[in-house]
Structures are given as C-alpha cells and as structure tokens.
Design a protein around this ligand. Sequence first.
Ligand code: BES
Ligand code: ZN
Ligand code: ZN
Length: 515
Amino acid sequence: IYICIYSFNPRLPPGGDNDRSSSRCVCVSLQGLVLGVFEKEGEEGSLHLTEAAAGFDQTLSGKLSELLKISGPAIKKGKSRIFYGLHEDFPCVAVVGLGKNSVGVCGAENWDTSKENIRQAVSAGCRSLQDLEVNHVEVDGCGDAQSAAEGAVLGLFQYDQLKSKKKTKVTAQLHGSADPGWEKGVLYAEGQNLARMLMEAPANHITPTAFANTIEEKLAPHAERVTVNKRSQAWIEEQQMGAFVSVSKGSEEPPVFLELHYNGSPDSKQAPLVLVGKGITFDSGGISLKPSSSMDAMRADMGGAATVCASIVTAAALKLPVNIIGLAPLCENMPSGKATKPGDVVTAKNGKTIQVDNTDAEGRLILADALCYGHVFNPRAIVNVATLTGAMDVALGSAATGVFTNSDWLWEQLHKASVVTGDRVWRMPLFQHYTRQVTDSQLADLNNIGKYSRSGGACTAAAFLREFVTAHHWAHLDIAGVMSNKDEIPYLRKGMSGRPTRTLVEFAAGLLFHT
Ligand code: BES
Ligand code: ZN
Ligand code: ZN
C-alpha cells in the first residue's frame, strides 16, 4: 500500500518540494491501472466495459466511457490506449482491447481464444505502462484472473541482467477483490520466466554446474517435499551411461546428471510422473560442427531441461499433490581432441550399441541414457522434452510442440492441458517406417541418424528414442520449433520462449484426477 502525503516525483531532481526524505511516504512509486474492454457483439466499433472497468468508470461518473468515445476508433483486440490524469491513485490508466466476449475454446485453433485474448491484451497494457516507467500496476482480472496474471507476468519479463541499462521493474497486482486464479497465474508465468531466463542466459554463465545450482536454489524453499541430487561424472560413468558420456567428452565443462524428486502426493508410494529434459547447455555440433551463423541460439539447447525443471519448481510452489521426478542430463556438445568422432560406437545404459554417424544428433544420445534410468522409478508416465531437431521447426514452426507418444491417454492429457494454456501441442507419428531408418547400422545396433534419408527428421529422432522406452505411457515432446519467439506470441517478447512450461504444469496438475 502506498500512502503518500507529499509526493516525490522520481523523474524530477530531488530537493525543494520534491524531497523524498521530507515526504511522509511509506514508499513512493508510480502506479498504473490496466482495464479491459470488449467489442460489442454485432455493433461494429462499439465497446463494452468489463466489470472492473465499469466500476472504475462509475467512480469517475462516466468519465472513462466518455473519453473512450472521443479518443478515436474502438480499441482493437490486443491493443492498448493510455489515459492520463483520470484518477489520483492511478496517474496512468491503460485500457486494453479484449476482442469479443462470446469466444471460448476454438476447435480449429486448438486453444481457448478468450484466455489468449486476455493474455495478449493485458501484456500489451502492462508493457505500455512499463515504457512510461510505471513501477506498479493493478490489473483487471477481465473475468479470468489466471490468464490476466499470465499476460502481465509473461509480458513484463525482460532478460536484461547483463545490461547496464535495464527496463523499469514493474510489480503487478490484481485490481479489486482477491481471486486465487491470480496467484496461480503468477506462479505459472514465473515458472515459464524461469525457463526463459535459463534458456536466454549465455552458455558461459549457465554451464551444467551453474544450471544445477540455480535449480537447487529455486527448490530450496520447498526442501520439505523436494530432494535434489546433482550426480557427478563418476556417478554417470558408474551408471554406464555411455551415450551421455560420449557427448560430454569433447568439453572442458564437467557433465551433471540432475535428479529432482518432488513428493507432493499424500501417498508417498504413488507412482511418479517422470519428466526428462535435454540439457545441452551449448550445442556446437561437436566434430560434425554446425555452421557459425545463428550458432549462438544453441545456448538454449537445454530448453528441455529448463522447462522440465521450471515446471517442477512451479509444481512445488503450487504444492500439487502428485509425485514428480525430474531428470536432466546436462553437458556441452563441443569439438576437441577428446571428442567423439563420426563412426564411433558407444554403448547406452541398456546395453544397446549406437554408431554415432553425426555428432550433432547428440540430444537423442543423452536422452537415451536418461530414459533408461527413468524406468528405474516404475513411473506412471514418462514425458521427455527436447530441442531435438531442426526438422521439427521446419514441420510446425513455432505454432505447437510436436508430441510423439505410444499412449492415447497421455496424448489426451497433454492436449487438454495445452488448450487451457494456449501453449499448444500437436500429435506426430511413431511409425515403424522411421524405426527402420535408425536400426540399420553398419557397425552397431542403432545409428544415431536416419540411414536412408533426412526427410522426416523429427520422426526419425523420435523412433530412435523409442528404442530406449518400455513404459506404456511415454511421450516425447520436440520443442525445437517453439524454442524462441520473434513476434509470433504477442505476450512473449523476442527471445527464448520457455515453452511449454505452463503446459507441463497444467498437465501435472490434471493428473490429480487420475490417481
Ligand atoms: N539442437 C539441435 C536441434 C535444433 C535445431 C534445435 C534448431 C533448435 C533449433 C540438434 O541437436 C541437432 O543439431 N539436430 C540435427 C540432427 C541431424 C544431424 C540428424 C538437426 O536437426 O539438424
Ligand atoms: Zn546437435
Ligand atoms: Zn542439440
């Protein structure tokens, strides 16, 4: 609460009337308000206010609706317009366009349009206030406080830790009476922002060790229900994870196998959900070196590990009553005199031999061992998440995560969750057709790339992973296409996306009803 008797204006030089020390303030900050308006059904160009906006309008005796009428054309969906000096508590009010009120789940788009519209509009409003250096915003719940919170917290995120000049830090709070949806939305979005932070951070900052330490710190407040194991290189070798070792060998950075146990279920024996994330903190391609253009993006090749670990941090913060185990094989993929060479044969944890014909197809190698290990916990389901193939990006782009699964039940759970979050998934095939590509190796049981053709590369990679799975409910999520955002998702700024963290959390939360 900001009680201000004399107000200090941070933009004017201090002293005289503008003196923070003589102001009897608990804290002084610029406050903003974000309010929503819907397009009126059937009436082109006219608007109707949300409940919160109408309440605000009433306290101003209709001033807001009057200004909306004279300030130009009706505010379009996802756009915002700022009004100054309307209210003494809120010097800046951003009114945002929510589109039509009557929309809901859209079968063609596979998402809830109302929720997406709210996320989009609220983020636009919050950002325009951030540009005005407003420090604190109150946000209209717009009838769905969770989506509003997600729009605010995702929209305001900016990775500028490493810049001297930073964007204004803005805190957001729900306008009006409390709603548990708001807190839930904040936690969902903060989870995604954690994944964004890890993915965006440069590879010399987020090494395998630094990644594991960051997650350990984030889980420290939940120590009662969480254990963190940072397994060393010696442990990895003992486990006979020959495929994982073969990828990490070329780097000076030691690999880490991060193992998280979240025990949220009152039934400690409840079979866990096992989440496995690809954790390549930098993918140079190894001896099969990548071209240098855009290679910097491969600092986000740990997006699988980032989204999986962030979703476990979020599950712990939400105290979800489920048991989840998170596994993240973390290492760099580098060329060196010690690196694995094309044609080398390595042995995975389950004894299968793999001819490594392309060292740039490293994700499937580290996942192979992690998937074998995941079965040790007798899971109810295994879901792995990986920035696995450029081919996935070619196939679906950033519209949806590709899901390859042997389980209709698991597909339905993931799909249902993604409709709610708007962070979509799309089912991809696991045909024997692709298995043939990886099981015909000259020297070994398997080959790490498709033998006959590069076509269908995302499917070939999935077929390879399947060779390490015996569980009946397994899904592989290829997130290469959704790894980064240019301007496709309006409520995420340009940069690494942290997708599909919210979908993983929603999916885990949905498992409550299937115990
Ligand atoms: N990390 C890459 C895949 C990737 C590409 C992720 C672009 C995000 C954006 C992966 O390790 C890789 O290099 N895959 C190869 C496999 C190929 C050698 C069979 C690819 O997709 O080209
Ligand atoms: Zn690679
Ligand atoms: Zn990779």
